[in-house]
Write a protein that binds this ligand. Structure first.
Ligand code: HEM
Length: 228
């Protein structure tokens, strides 16, 4: 038992928690983006998809159970990801306070600061996003169960679309650096793999960011309308 506690207390253990929860969250963001693209296939498809998510596991599980389990897993991943990030930051700060201040590499410090602020921006975005599309309490024209209507009418407001686009850019920076560090944590840093790290991180980041940003842009351009 004590070795488990020791592992989670060590920098190595915290990095492992960051990596595992980061992969879970990345998996969610990627599949969520793919699901969001159903908007292009009209109201029936995306609304049936949203309803279908609540039916996963039937008849073994009741309506919404699998979604509830996924939500609990997602919340646990977010909490652990933030815990590991915060405690690693504190460990680094303490180490620097003991005399490494001048030697701290500027690039690494800049990247970690960007990750911290970027993470906070993403967290704020997710809270707003849940109030907007899941609970509907900040949406002027929310129709429960009509995901297509809620997304299209929401994005018809240029200010809201602009906010979503900015948030996706913050998410992109975070994903890019996160995917890059993930490979470092796994020790994938031989000369050949080093050359692959940047294109790998950039490709996956671009897929998520371009897929998501295309939605508000398509609504604003009138390519996707309330009538499907
Ligand atoms: C343009 C981009 C996005 C669109 C159009 C979009 C759309 C939606 C919609 C319509 C819902 C409600 C689904 C339902 O009630 O069945 C939802 C839920 C959610 N979205 Fe997004 N989303 C986007 C980006 C993101 C991003 C970048 C994140 C995370 C960083 C995110 C996290 C979530 C979460 C956590 C939920 C709640 C899932 C649940 O428990 O039901 N979304 N999104």
């Amino acid at each position: 038992m004590s070795w488990i506690i020791g592992f989670f207390r060590s920098a190595m253990g915290k990095k492992a928690v960051m990596a595992v929860t980061g992969v879970m969250l990345f998996g969610f963001v990627l599949t969520h983006m793919v699901g969001n693209l159903k908007l292009y296939f009209g109201p029936e498809k995306i609304n049936a998809y949203a309803e279908g998510l609540r039916e996963i596991g039937a008849p073994l599980l009741s309506h919404g159970d699998a979604l509830l389990i996924a939500r609990l897993g997602l919340i646990a991943a977010v909490v652990l990801h933030i815990w590991a990030a915060t405690s690693l930051t504190l460990v680094n700060r303490r180490a620097r306070a003991q005399g490494y201040a001048r030697k701290s590499p500027q690039a690494a410090t800049y990247a970690s600061r960007t990750m911290r602020y970027g993470g906070l921006i993403i967290l704020a975005f997710v809270v707003y996003h849940l109030m907007h599309f899941t609970w509907g309490n900040v949406h002027g024209d929310f129709v429960p169960g009509d995901v297509y209507h809620n997304v299209v009418s929401g994005f018809q407001n240029p200010l809201i679309s602009g906010f979503y686009i900015l948030a996706q850019l913050a998410l992109g920076l975070h994903l890019y650096h996160g995917l890059w560090s993930f490979m470092q944590t796994l020790g994938l840093n031989g000369p050949r793999l080093n050359a692959l790290r940047q294109p790998f991180a950039a490709t996956f980041t671009a897929i998520v960011v371009i897929g998501n940003i295309s939605l508000p842009l398509s609504v604003l351009a009138g390519f996707v309308t309330l009538h499907g």
